[in-house]
Design a protein around this ligand. Structure first.
Ligand SMILES: *Cc1c(COP(=O)(O)O)cnc(C)c1O
Length: 440
């Protein structure tokens, strides 16, 4: 056999190993989900090999008549789901959607406000010294929201005072960014509309994590609460392919379109636009039930962990109003987020380590943080409910609190997972969730 054929076979072997592992694991990564067989068949269509630069009907390429129809359906579904005047479904990811939003809102170098990473902000919101997209790529000066650690939310009065002080000094803020990657509670936004109007500040909302919840009316509605623009990552609580979207009022439509093309994309991954349209249709049909169960599961998981001695943040607020919970693990026997992450992975439980708001002050960084972040999107999609969340909490407890042999827990997790191998809340619920569509 030639070396190249060996490499070729090895790739498929690795893919198969990964799929088999996923069948045996409990995935609690808050930013992941499992897409339906229907979404997956859309993204392996011939669209994956085509170009369609520009706007439907005004393409720079020929051969686009059916691609145009699908993209228009996708845009219309996005506008309907989010009650938005304008939707651009071309960004190939959430970070690219954010770059389009920044481009439409500000000139390079202008000043914006966003959450710090330790408070749940995403790296695409971060300043230059961290290599963040806003600072390092666009040159924006980033000021951070003042944060209430205990309530895990933006401190309205202190943040308003900070904006006013900066304006008074001549350090003008041009853009306020809400949303984040640890996002258990809706952000206060209405409270900032007045100051935004006073100083001509544009408001953006990064709904990457929560856009599935928003589509079903289960989280705040950013366009009604004062946002000018909203960005999406389409594969977190929304169960689509990996892609992005920008929504806005009519006022920003042209600037966003220009940012997409010719600004940011030549090829905008047409197969994923098709997959996204399918996911939007599924969301319209099943979203309300699906996201309702996500929220119930997140609270159930938090409660079950709490009862087993875990310190889930914001107990006084019911732990979470989204799919995400944050757990302070510094007082558990394993103490460090990275150690838990590894140990749980060996037990077939996939989670993220995560910074806590107060970690930096205690000399911790993202490599050895004091927290873990858990999300219930994927387990819910596989049909798990509150009682299964209790079982999941017990598996975590056996690894982290009782320090049981991870091999034993891994075997028990595999056994438990056998009953959760199909995608729920979809038109086709027969195909296996982790089946790999392979052509001969
Ligand atoms: C995940 C995430 C993104 C990035 O989305 P990608 O699709 O991975 O590029 C942007 N913002 C927030 C808040 C996120 O959590």
């Amino acid at each position: 056999m030639s070396d190249h054929k060996k490499t070729y076979d090895e790739i498929f072997d690795l893919l198969e190993k990964h799929d088999n592992w996923m069948r045996n694991t409990i995935n609690l990564i808050a930013s992941e989900n499992v897409s339906s067989p229907a979404v997956r068949s859309a993204i392996v269509s011939d669209f994956r090999d085509r170009y369609a630069e520009g706007w439907p009907g005004e393409r720079v390429y020929a051969g686009c008549k059916f691609i145009d129809e699908v993209e228009i359906i996708c845009m219309n579904l996005a506008k309907e789901l989010y009650n938005a005047e304008f939707a651009d479904v071309r960004p190939v990811s959430g970070v690219v959607a954010n770059l389009m939003m920044y481009t439409a809102a500000m000139a390079p170098g202008e000043r914006m406000m966003a959450l710090s990473i330790a408070h749940g902000g995403h790296i695409s919101h971060a300043r230059k010294n961290l290599g963040g997209t806003a600072g390092a790529i666009r040159g924006h000066k980033v000021q951070n929201w003042v944060f209430n650690d205990e309530d895990f939310n933006i401190d309205v009065d202190a943040s308003l005072a900070k904006i006013r002080k900066l304006q008074d000094k001549g350090d003008e803020i041009k853009f306020l960014l809400f949303g984040g990657s640890v996002f258990p509670f809706p952000h206060p936004m209405k409270e900032f509309r007045e100051i935004a109007d006073e100083f001509d500040i544009i408001i953006g909302y990064d709904s990457a994590h929560v856009c599935g919840l928003i589509a079903s009316g289960r989280f705040q509605d950013p366009l009604r609460e004062g946002a000018d623009m909203v960005t999406l990552s389409t594969h977190k609580t929304l169960f689509g392919p990996q892609h992005g979207v920008v929504l806005s009022t009519e006022k920003f439509a042209d600037a966003i379109k220009r940012a997409a093309f010719p600004g940011m994309m030549s090829n905008h991954h047409l197969h994923n636009v098709a997959g996204l349209a399918v996911a939007f249709a599924e969301m319209m049909e099943f979203g309300k039930d699906y996201t309702g169960q996500i929220l119930k599961n997140a609270r159930a998981l938090a409660q079950s962990l709490h009862e087993r001695g875990f310190k889930v943040i914001a107990e006084h607020l019911g732990f979470t109003e989204s799919h995400t919970l944050l757990v302070d693990i510094t007082e558990t026997p394993l103490q460090h987020g990275n150690v838990l992450e590894e140990r749980l992975e060996d037990a077939n439980i996939i989670i993220n380590r995560n910074l806590l708001p107060w970690d930096k002050k205690r000399g911790r960084d993202y490599k050895t943080p004091g927290g873990i972040r858990l999300g219930t999107s994927e387990t819910t999609r596989l049909g798990m409910k509150e009682s299964e969340m209790d079982a999941v909490a017990e598996f975590i407890t056996r690894v982290v609190m009782k320090e049981e042999d991870v091999k034993k827990v891994a075997a028990d997790v595999s056994e438990f997972k056998k009953d959760y191998q199909k995608v729920h809340y979809a038109f086709d619920t027969e195909t296996e969730a982790y089946a790999h569509l392979r052509f001969k």
